[in-house]
Design a protein. Structure first.
Length: 255
């Protein structure tokens, strides 16, 4: 189920985008007109506050506010959207990431079944790794609501990719199949990319703003759902290898 509409997303983008604000690529770029996501607000809480990495493009900030609002509206008992690193104030390199440089990337904590909110003043990373030592997913991972959140981002029309662990992508593929969806036709599954060290958070990346001509676009992900590949990676049948469109990020396991 989707928790937004394209009309809602277009209204957000029209309200928030500023011309010429983003330059460069996700792994080598800067923000010309940064917008700060407030520390807290309706339906959300920023994390790692001492890092001061709550800066992003105006469009991404608007979408984060929209995501928090829609989650709260559709799932009032789902807890807060917890927002990790976006970018430094003017972009550029930040520790722990290769990307997050041009205001178009943001890390989000997975929605939890126990609704626990971690200390926003902490700086030691996300509260929980949802991939357990036996290879199963923790019951604290709220799969239905995270599935809806992923579909929300895809519905905006500006989603480039979401990076998650292969096991988590596989779980979402199973949920889509249970709904009777034709997996190979699902854009949200195509843009859900398996990536190591992403079993404690979602890494959301949006496209270059249309009015930022100096922003360098990333190649599109390969066609198809990628569900079979993700399942084989999750089961240890094949090794994870980044797609050619993601090679610029592949030197770094924590992107």
């Amino acid at each position: 189920m989707s928790i937004t509409s394209n009309v809602f997303a277009l209204l957000l983008l029209a309200t928030w985008y500023q011309p010429g604000e983003i330059e460069g690529f996700y792994t080598k770029g800067k923000i010309i007109h940064p917008t700060e996501l407030s520390a807290t607000g309706p339906g959300f809480q920023r994390l790692f506050l001492p890092r001061d990495r709550g800066w992003a493009s105006s469009g991404l900030v608007g979408l984060l506010l929209g995501a928090a609002e829609r989650i709260h509206t559709d799932f009032p008992d789902s807890g807060l959207l917890q927002v990790g690193d976006a970018s430094a104030q003017t972009g550029g390199t930040i520790s722990g990431h290769a990307s997050h440089q041009n205001g178009l990337d943001v890390d989000l904590a997975f929605l939890r079944t126990d609704l626990e909110v971690q200390d926003p003043a902490g700086t030691n990373g996300f509260l929980e790794d949802f991939l357990q030592s036996d290879g199963t997913l923790s019951p604290l991972l709220d799969l239905p609501r995270n599935y809806a959140l992923v579909r929300w981002w895809a519905d905006t029309g500006v989603l480039n990719r979401i990076f998650v662990d292969a096991k988590i992508k596989t779980a979402f593929c199973i949920m889509a199949a249970a709904e009777g969806l034709a997996l190979e036709e699902q854009e949200f599954l195509r843009r859900l990319r398996p990536w190591p060290h992403h079993s404690d958070h979602l890494h959301v990346r949006i496209h270059c703003p249309v009015d930022s001509p100096k922003c360098i676009a990333q190649d599109e992900p390969p066609e198809g759902s990628g569900c079979v590949e993700a399942s084989r990676i999750a089961n240890g049948e094949i090794e994870w290898v980044p797609d050619a469109s993601e090679l610029l990020d592949s030197r770094y396991m924590n992107i």
